[in-house]
Design a protein around this ligand. Structure first.
Ligand code: FE2
Length: 411
């Protein structure tokens, strides 16, 4: 298969892409079709490596308003709504919603998802359902599963045992939630436990880390320190880190040295955290997003996630990461020309590093032939005009396509 006339990753010259046996065989200009080879004209469209959702909770998606809406928009009312939804949870309920959401993602050019699955459930029912879905959907969507202790590891009965069981069952990553543990001591112990569990079982780590406006929430320094000491480095990710927004600059200076030594990844969730954070502030109200600009400037890897899609904690979401990037750039004040042009990396290349899949990801000869095409010439235009993903190809197979909507102005 020969794909002609693509602007690959904001290039200003056109390229052609040859795909053979599910791999990129050749990338160059004006490639000639082999006898009998199928040719697709991409018509001067932008081609990117596939989008990646690096942080979502699939098991809760599509439950907003069922049975009640979160009227205040706070995290705590969200938890109360979820308690009312929980009696309806079953494997078939989870399967039905996840199947829908995965297809919403696929339509928007996403080919990889890291999902956090609540394991503070003695039956581990959601974990069991997600493991089945990971297998069922593997030809269309790569799903990574994080064992996520929503109610804590030390602060929930049998929390450690449930985490170990989830890893035994096949979770890809170990999670933690230090800011939600009962005490600072529990917070540190939970992180030591989580990172050691990952090291012993050769798993990745993704911690819900300091998702609170409390400047004294300092789980991150323990995560980074243990990532360094255990030699886990970039296998470790700190999600949210919204308390960093409120750290004093002297502490931040000291912390940054450790973060750079640790080489851990970060995930910011701009839609959900601008919505949930700052809720106890009067004015000024904090923006609730970690220091993306500063971390990026120091060479640390940051990706963006959606976090919640139409659930008790966030009432919006269509499975497109475009809005995540769009708001993320505004709220982090990364609106320079190059910032905007390169911002697709927050949901592609950087996210591949977060998921630790960078070796098999990217538009290069020899790698799996996975890419998307957008109805624009470069990402600045695509982001600004909310351009459709017109084609998504995974391992050489067409996964999704779209015909861009035509708008008619009658004057
Ligand atoms: Fe989350």
């Amino acid at each position: 298969m020969l794909y002609k006339n693509a602007y690959i990753e904001n290039s200003i010259t056109l390229s052609d892409i040859r795909v053979k046996d599910g791999k990129f065989a050749e990338i160059g200009s004006q490639l000639e079709a082999d006898p009998g080879e199928e040719v697709v004209d991409l018509g001067g469209r932008l081609v990117l490596p596939p989008f990646i959702e690096s942080h979502v909770h699939l098991d809760a998606t599509l439950t907003a308003g069922d049975p009640v809406w979160n009227m205040s928009g706070t995290l705590f009312e969200g938890i109360a709504c979820w308690e009312k939804r929980k009696p309806k949870l079953s494997k078939s309920d989870i399967r039905e919603r996840v199947n829908k959401v995965v297809r919403m993602y696929a339509a928007n050019g996403i080919q990889h998802i890291r999902t956090h699955v609540d394991v503070t459930d003695p039956k581990l029912m959601a974990m069991e359902a997600m493991l089945e879905l990971r297998e069922d959907l593997k030809d269309w969507m790569d799903i990574q599963i994080v064992a996520f202790p929503q109610d804590g590891i030390l602060s929930f009965p049998n929390g450690k045992e449930l985490m170990k069981k989830a890893v035994e069952m096949g979770a890809d990553c170990v999670g933690a939630i230090p800011h939600y543990e009962f005490t600072r001591e529990y917070s540190v112990e939970s992180l030591n436990f989580a990172l050691e569990l990952a090291a012993e079982n050769d798993r990745l780590v993704d911690v819900h880390c300091d998702e609170i406006d409390d400047e004294a929430s300092r789980g991150l320094e323990t995560v980074a320190c243990r990532a360094l000491e255990l030699g886990l480095f970039d296998k470790v990710t700190a999600s949210h880190t919204t308390a960093m927004h409120s750290y004093n600059n002297a502490y931040m200076l000291r912390l940054m040295r450790l973060l750079k030594l640790s080489r851990i990844n970060f995930v910011a969730n701009p839609l959900v955290n601008t919505h949930l954070q700052g809720r106890v502030d009067t004015y000024p109200k904090r923006r609730g997003v970690t220091r993306v600009k500063e971390l990026t400037a120091e060479g640390l890897n940051v990706s963006f996630g959606h976090d919640d899609i139409f659930d008790p904690w966030y009432p919006m979401g269509s499975g497109s990461l475009r809005d995540v990037v769009f708001l993320g750039l505004h709220v982090t004040q990364m609106m320079g020309y190059e910032d905007i042009m390169n911002s697709y990396k927050f949901i592609s290349t950087n996210a591949a590093r977060t998921l630790h899949i960078q070796d098999s990801y990217g538009i290069e000869a020899g790698k799996p032939a996975s890419f998307i095409a957008l109805d624009a010439k470069n990402y600045y235009d695509a982001l600004n005009r909310d351009s459709a993903v017109v084609l998504s190809v995974k391992d050489g197979r067409k996964l999704a396509e779209a015909i861009p909507a035509e708008k008619k102005v009658l004057f």
